[in-house]
Design a protein around this ligand. Sequence first.
Ligand SMILES: [Zn+2]
Length: 99
Amino acid sequence: MKAVILPAHKQGYRIEEVPDPKPGKDEAIIKVNKAALCYRDLLQIKGFYPRSKYPLILGHEVVGTVEEVGEDVKDFKKGDSVKVEKKFTVRIGLYTLKN
Ligand SMILES: [Zn+2]
């Protein structure tokens, strides 16, 4: 998949191909249909979150379709339409979603 990557603190961003993610036991993989640019993404690029772990991938506000779920996921199944909200834990850029 393509991803917007921040390589290090205040080092700008680049678009790269990264390996497709695999879900953990309590995670789901979402095929992203649309992603929004959030003010937090802009602050991240500007370096407002210096304790972030780099490299990181931007894009935590998305809508899409569940592609794959981990064995412990009960509330989602392949083909479900979903949107990611802040209350979920998101592995940013991998577009996985915890219960
Ligand atoms: Zn946001």
